[in-house]
Design a protein around this ligand. Structure first.
Ligand code: NAD
Length: 319
C-alpha cells in the first residue's frame, strides 16, 4: 500500500521562498518541503529554522534541503529564485536576469522527470510563467503564475477598509499584468453580491467620496508602498502562494486570479495574464470569462498586449 505524500519543492530561499515555506508549514498544507537555492548554506539555514517551528504546531512537515533530482516525484515546484527590482526599476526591468535564472532551474527540473505543477512567483511573473510553460513543455494547466492574485488581495483590503467589512466579503479582481498595466473591471465588483457602485451610493455618509482611479493607483502601487518601507514584500505573496497550493492539494475548484495561458478567452492567445481561474488538483483547469464593459475589456487587452511585447523580448535575448 502507498499513501502519496504532498511534496512541494521551493526553488529560491530568499524572503519570498522562506516565507512561503513557513506559511505552508504553519498551515500544514503539505507533508514534505524541499528547499533549493544557489546559496546552499542559505537553504540549509532556512531548513534548520523551519524544523524548529514544528514542535509547537499541530502537525509534522518534513523539511529538507533538496536537489533538482528530487523534483522527479514532486507534486508542486514553486519558483521564487531571482531578485526583486531595485528602487526605481519596474518588475519588467528584471526580465533578462530572471530568464537566465529560470532557464538554469527549469531545465534540470524537467530532466528529473518532473510532471507536477509549477507555481511561478519570480518577476516579471506573467512573462516568467509563459517562459516556464514553453521551456518545460508541460500542458498549460501545469504552469501557474501567481499573477494578480496578490494585487486582488490588496484591492479587496482597500475596498474593505472603505466600506468597513471583512476583505473576504469583497468580490473583486485586478486583472492583466502583475505590474503597472493591471486593470480592475469595476462593473463586476460586489460586496457579497451588491454592486460596489450601489454600496457607495447607498452609504454616502459612511464612505464619502470614493475615487476609483485612486483605488487603481493604490492597488498598482501597493507592493511599492511596502517595499519602500521594509525593502521587500513577503507575507502577502507567501500567503497567496500557500493559498494556491492548498486549493490544488484539496482539489477545491476555487477561483483565484492567477496568471494562466489564454487560448481565446477575452480575445487573447499566446499570453499569460492574470484572470479568474478555476484551480484544483489538475492545476489551472479553466478560465472564468467575466463580462466586462467594452472599456474594461480594452484596458485588459492593452495590458495583455504589453505582456506580449515583453514575451517577444525573450526571443531577442537569445538565452
Ligand atoms: P531574495 O533576493 O530575498 O531571494 C532570492 C533568492 O533566489 C536568493 O536566496 C538567491 O540566492 C536565490 N537564487 C538566485 N539565483 C538562483 C538560482 N539560479 N538558483 C536557485 N536560487 C537562486 O528575493 P525575494 O524577495 O525572495 O524575491 C524573489 C522573487 O519573487 C523576485 O523575483 C521578486 O520580484 C518576486 N516577487 C514576486 C511577487 C509576486 O506577486 N509575484 C511578490 C514578491 C516578490
Amino acid at each position: 500500500m502507498k499513501i502519496s505524500k504532498r511534496k512541494v519543492v521551493i526553488v529560491g530561499c530568499g524572503l519570498v521562498g522562506s516565507s512561503t515555506a513557513f506559511s505552508l508549514v504553519t498551515q500544514g498544507i503539505c507533508d514534505e518541503i524541499l528547499m533549493i537555492d544557489i546559496n546552499k548554506e542559505k537553504a540549509l539555514g532556512e531548513v534548520l529554522d523551519l524544523r524548529d517551528s514544528i514542535q509547537y504546531l499541530s502537525h509534522n512537515v518534513k523539511v529538507k534541503v533538496g536537489t533538482y533530482a528530487d523534483c522527479s516525484d514532486a507534486d508542486i515546484v514553486v519558483i521564487t529564485a531571482g531578485a526583486p527590482p531595485k528602487k526605481g526599476e519596474s518588475r519588467l526591468d528584471t526580465l533578462e536576469m530572471g530568464i537566465k535564472i529560470c532557464k538554469s532551474i527549469v531545465e534540470p527540473i524537467m530532466s528529473s522527470g518532473f510532471d507536477g505543477i509549477f507555481v511561478v512567483i519570480s518577476n516579471p511573473v506573467d512573462i516568467m510563467a509563459y517562459y516556464v510553460y514553453k521551456l518545460s513543455g508541460l500542458p498549460k494547466n501545469q504552469v501557474i503564475g501567481t499573477g494578480t492574485a496578490l494585487d486582488s488581495a490588496r484591492l479587496k483590503n482597500f475596498i474593505a477598509q472603505i466600506v468597513n467589512v471583512d476583505p473576504r466579503s469583497v468580490h473583486a479582481y485586478s486583472m492583466g499584468e502583475h505590474g503597472d498595466s493591471q486593470m480592475i473591471p469595476w462593473s463586476t465588483v460586489t460586496i457579497e453580491g451588491k454592486q460596489f457602485d450601489d454600496v457607495i451610493q447607498d452609504n454616502k455618509a459612511l464612505v464619502g467620496d470614493v475615487s476609483l482611479d485612486e483605488l487603481v493607483m493604490k492597488t498598482v502601487k501597493g507592493g511599492w508602498e511596502i517595499y519602500n518601507r521594509k525593502g521587500t514584500t513577503c507575507y502577502g505573496i507567501a500567503s497567496t502562494c500557500a493559498g494556491i497550493i492548498k486549493t490544488i492539494f484539496q482539489d477545491e475548484n476555487k477561483i483565484i486570479p492567477v496568471s494562466t495561458l489564454l487560448e481565446g478567452e477575452y480575445g487573447e492567445t499566446e499570453v499569460f495574464a492574470g484572470v479568474p481561474t478555476i484551480l484544483n488538483r489538475n492545476g489551472a483547469t479553466d478560465v472564468l470569462e467575466i463580462h466586462m464593459t467594452d472599456n474594461e475589456l480594452k484596458r485588459f487587452k492593452d495590458s495583455a498586449t504589453l505582456i506580449k511585447s515583453y514575451i517577444k523580448k525573450i526571443e531577442e535575448l537569445k538565452i
